[in-house]
Structure formats: C-alpha cells, structure tokens
Write a protein that binds this ligand. Sequence first.
Ligand SMILES: [Ca+2]
Ligand SMILES: [Ca+2]
Ligand SMILES: [Ca+2]
Length: 197
Amino acid sequence: MSNIGGSISVLMNNGNGTFAPKVSYATNGNASGIAMGDFNGDGKADLVSSNWSTATISVFINNGNGTFAAKVDYTAMQFPSNIVAGDLNGDNKADLVATGSWDNVVSVFINNGNGTFQNQVTYPTGYYGQSPNDVALGDVNGDSKLDIVTGVVPAGVALPSSRTTATALSVPLMGTTSLVRLKVSLSATWTATATWI
Ligand SMILES: [Ca+2]
Ligand SMILES: [Ca+2]
Ligand SMILES: [Ca+2]
C-alpha cells in the first residue's frame, strides 16, 4: 500500500432511499476505517477516518448542512486499521477509539467537548503477534459506561454478548505493509475459527 489517495465519500439520501452522487473528502493517507458521531454537540453527525498508511486519524466536522469542514489530523499508533466513536466519559460528546494494529494497543482520544480531541492514550490489547484489527464499544458489565472490545488475530475475537457473530478482520502481515483478510467465527462453545477470505 502506498501513502496516497485516501478519501471518504458521502452519498446523501434523496429522501426515498436513492442517493445523490458521492461527495469525497481527502484523508491523510489510506482511510482503512471510518466512524461517525456528533463530536461538537450540534446534533449533526461528524466523520472520522483511521488512516492505515500514516498512523493518523482525520476528523471532519459537519458544517451543519451535510458538507464537512477541512480535516484535522491527530497522531495515532502504527496501522490504525479501524476506529469507533462513542461517549466514553459521560459528557454526551463522542470520543474515539482506534486500533494500533502494529503496536498491539488501542488508542483512546477524549473529546475536549468542542469537536477537538486530546492526544491519544494507549492501552495494551495483547502481545506481539496478536494485533487488534477491529474494535467495538459496548457496555460489557452493565454500569452504563462503554467498554472496549477488540478483535485479535489469529487467536480469536472477544465479543460482549453474541457467540455467533462473524467478523472480517484486516490483518497486517508482519514485516510488510500488505493487507490480507480473515473471517473469524465463534461457535456456541466460544471456539474461534479463522478463515482466509
Ligand atoms: Ca456535529
Ligand atoms: Ca465524551
Ligand atoms: Ca461498562
């Protein structure tokens, strides 16, 4: 993969389930993951991409009419394959969690409350060779606070409630920048099966 050409495309609903032609916004390198959330509290969904090739995330604030302001980039860990948005500290402003697939961590970006974000705080998710490639937020312990769940390759994947969900994971090959894909399925006995796709 090269460090060129990443973008997000937005297709606006015409109101009847058909969509207007795409409007694209350039990201800082390959946009391997995207997420949406209201980052500045105006009730309009904002956008973020995790940029695989540049170890950054790009935040796009909604202008309020479905167009997006110029991106603001933040430093992430290497190979941030996926990203998710959710309110982690209870201020009703969406925060961000990105994977750091090369470094076996997740990066948490707390919203300052106005759509700008603090520097990442990282948390380990595994050990060398077990890269977190997908991430989800859910309240695992019922305290109404979102917890972080990561998909790890190849040993398995942790899910908060479902034992049958299959998830596709993007996998960095060690020593290269190539991308391969695995599908991981969990059986009723929590046995994880990984299949190349
Ligand atoms: Ca917003
Ligand atoms: Ca928050
Ligand atoms: Ca919780």
